[in-house]
Write a protein that binds this ligand. Structure first.
Ligand code: 13P
Ligand code: 13P
Ligand code: MG
Ligand code: MG
Length: 366
């Protein structure tokens, strides 16, 4: 049976700053989809990661389906009304357009979708991150799909021996989707050369070279390219199919033990380590640190099991301590150098005006 998995997520308002949505808001959004998705949706799972609400749908309508996207958009619009009634902070933050037009891509919400023939057993992972952007997945994906140091399956499993194809998007290009397809292992130096630049080049999808099947889909939107100014970070979601001809769950998870430094954190303008957290976690210190949650499901005939929470395990407490230390080490240098993002990435317009004013004060000494 051919199924489509779609994650559509948005920040439509949160409690106490950019921390987490209210319980009522989550319920309102879920209720809207329950009441209006009949006949369209096979299954639904709703969760939040920091202040972002993600809707995971299973359905049979293919990717980019207008009805599915409209259902999610309308659920977020309905939720925004409640967020306003409750006086939540940033109500409707990610709904950047007034009217729905065919597809939520380019309207603010982040989308990751894939259509595939369901295997007899179909385990997959749904990742959601807050206070960071889509490039945060670059390194973990490279290590899981191209590096036998992290993914021994590349050596051990005959069904992975041919490696994987990476589709990488230039997210600075705004006229359309500018992409390149590169193959691991033979192109790994080229893949690395692109993926080192998390703000410009982002893994959009990964495919098995053995079966041609899709393994990974990542949301690639960059809100500031849509809005032309800072409206919050892009807080990316990702789907990854696992086991069989794909890496094992633990191989996909392994690189999250690094707590690598990513863009985001306070005001979307800083560098902080990515902390793996439990499902439905909030953020805290310095509006962060950047967090990533993982929901591990099986889907069968379009129906989800309950999720397992792989980062809810004593091992990850040790990692979280390490990541907290890395966060503090970076924060000790405040605004200096790499602790803040380069000028081109600064998410707040204020600095642009400040620099213009300061520029006029400069004089060339004669
Ligand atoms: P099991 O033998 O528990 O199925 O594990 C196999 C495997 O590939 C673990 O990564
Ligand atoms: P969000 O993008 O998660 O709303 O965070 C914005 C922010 O400015 C945090 O300091
Ligand atoms: Mg927010
Ligand atoms: Mg957010």
């Amino acid at each position: 049976m051919k199924i489509t998995l779609s994650i559509i997520k948005a920040d439509i308002g949160s409690v106490g700053g950019h921390i987490k949505p209210s319980q009522k808001l989550l319920e309102r959004v879920r209720e809207y989809v329950d009441n209006n998705g009949k006949g369209l949706i096979d299954d639904l799972y709703v969760s939040h990661t920091g202040d972002d609400i993600a809707l995971l749908f299973s359905h049979q309508n293919g990717t980019g389906n207008e009805d599915v996207h409209k259902l999610a958009w309308d659920a977020f619009v309905t939720g925004t009304e409640l967020a306003k009634e409750q006086g939540l902070y940033g109500a409707g933050q990610d709904l950047l357009k007034d009217a729905f037009s065919g597809n939520v891509k380019g309207m603010g919400p982040a989308v990751a979708e894939m259509e595939f023939e369901e295997r007899p057993n179909e385990p997959f992972l749904f990742f959601a991150a807050d206070k960071t952007d889509p490039g945060a997945y670059n390194l973990p994906l490279f290590l899981a799909f191209a590096d036998p140091m992290y993914c021994p399956g590349l050596m051990l499993s005959p069904s992975m021996a041919k490696g994987f194809k990476f589709t990488i998007m230039d997210v600075e290009y705004t006229e359309g989707d500018r992409i390149v397809e590169l193959n691991a292992p033979e192109d790994i130096y080229d893949i690395a050369a692109l993926l080192r630049d998390n703000e410009r080049f982002v893994v959009e999808s990964v495919h098995s070279r053995t079966t041609g099947e899709i393994a990974v889909a990542v949301s690639t939107s960059r809100l500031h390219n849509i809005a032309g100014k800072y409206t919050g970070k892009d807080d990316p979601v990702m789907l990854a199919r696992v086991q069989g001809s794909f890496p094992a769950t633990g191989e996909v998870l392994s690189a999250y033990s690094i707590g690598h430094y990513v863009a985001g954190f306070m005001r979307g303008s800083h560098t902080g380590p990515l902390m793996p957290v439990r499902i439905n976690s909030a953020v805290s210190y310095f509006d962060g640190p950047p967090i990533v949650a993982c929901h591990a499901f099986c889907v069968h005939k379009g129906n989800f099991t309950e999720p397992a929470d792989p980062f809810d395990h004593p091992f990850w407490d040790y990692v979280r301590e390490k990541v907290a230390r890395k966060a503090m080490e970076m924060r000790e240098q405040g605004f200096s150098g790499v602790a803040m993002l380069p000028y081109s990435e600064l998410e707040y317009g204020g600095i642009v005006e400040k620099m213009k004013r300061l520029d006029k004060l400069f004089k060339v000494r004669s």
